[in-house]
Design a protein around this ligand. Structure first.
Ligand SMILES: C[S@@+](CC[C@H](N)C(=O)[O-])C[C@H]1O[C@@H](n2cnc3c(N)ncnc32)[C@H](O)[C@@H]1O
Length: 283
């Protein structure tokens, strides 16, 4: 009967041999998921023997999925974002730490956290942006729009689990088309990868994440052009528009939003120092 330590070492070795950089950490997460033991329990009791054939088979299945470069978030079915746990499936983009920059910027803009802010999230995906904001702003309510009904099902499940379903409407749409209300805050993390670049990304992204969440058209900026045209209708006077952008896109997106009549308040960098969020305000 293999011990926990032996299972961890063997899975980590296979992942590392396949070129996966975080083999040891991922091995703990996969073995933890299969055995229903926490990382702390795995580390504290490496001598524990695993005698359940079903659990060993599950470890093997999960390891093979990771070796096939399926993202950890999809294998485990969840990902932490803003210290909250979000359900993840192949129908949504995995929430990225870089996007927490947008949440920080939004909270810096909406200074009074107690007001009944109205928030619109265009391309809501898993719901990570809208739901993190609603979690921080107890009287805020919002609408999340997505083109994908399957992504919306994930966002609705997340809203339910986080106890935010009563404050979030999640509906099918094409960006802001047809929305007549004006909001205090409009946020969006649209697809921004130039179409031809998608295949050059890691297989975890190019083969497993939804193209609708990645494909920004020829130059990666298609969605921003549409959004810039809609923002003046969607943000109230004095309202905010916060757009996440890809590498080297901030200045051009800022120009598009400025041309739509907004003042660029700042461009916020992520933890890696990359200009990540265009913070704009309607005068
Ligand atoms: C980059 S993902 C962002 C998801 C989530 N907001 C996040 O930050 O993780 C972009 C999202 O926009 C959605 N999307 C793509 N085209 C759209 C459109 N025309 N109208 C509305 N949503 C769209 C995709 O389905 C995807 O969920």
């Amino acid at each position: 009967m293999p011990k926990v330590s032996e299972l961890l070492a063997s899975v980590a070795a296979r992942l590392s041999a396949a070129g996966l950089e975080s083999g040891r950490l991922e091995a703990r997460l996969l073995v933890g998921d299969a055995t229903a033991l926490s990382i702390e329990q795995l580390v504290a009791h490496p001598e524990r023997e695993v005698d359940d054939g079903g659990v060993l088979a599950r470890i093997e299945r999960l390891t093979k999925r990771r070796l096939a470069r399926e993202p950890m978030s999809q294998i485990l079915g969840q990902r932490e974002f803003w210290s909250l746990t979000f359900k993840v499936t192949p129908d949504v983009l995995t929430p990225r730490p870089d996007s927490e920059t947008l949440v920080e910027a939004a909270l810096a803009a909406l200074v009074d956290r107690t007001r009944p802010w109205r928030i619109l999230d265009l391309g809501v995906g898993s719901g990570c942006l809208l739901l993190s904001l609603l979690h921080e702003l107890p009287n805020a309510t919002g609408i999340g729009i997505d083109r994908s009904e399957r992504a919306l099902a994930v966002a609705r499940a997340n809203a339910e689990t986080l106890g935010l379903a009563g404050r979030a409407v999640l509906q099918l749409g094409d960006w802001g088309q047809g929305i007549e209300e004006q909001f205090d805050l409009v946020v969006s993390n649209p697809p921004y990868i130039p179409s031809d670049d998608i295949e050059t990304l890691d297989p975890e992204v190019s083969e497993h994440e939804p193209w609708l969440a990645l494909d920004g058209g020829l130059d990666g900026l298609d969605a921003y052009r549409r959004l810039a045209g809609q923002l003046p209708v969607l943000a109230r006077e004095g309202g905010w528009a916060l757009l996440e952008v890809g590498v080297d896109q901030a200045q051009i997106v800022a120009r598009l939003v400025r041309a739509a009549g907004f003042k660029i308040e700042r461009i916020r960098a992520d933890l890696g120092g990359i200009e990540r969020v265009v913070v704009a305000r309607r005068p």
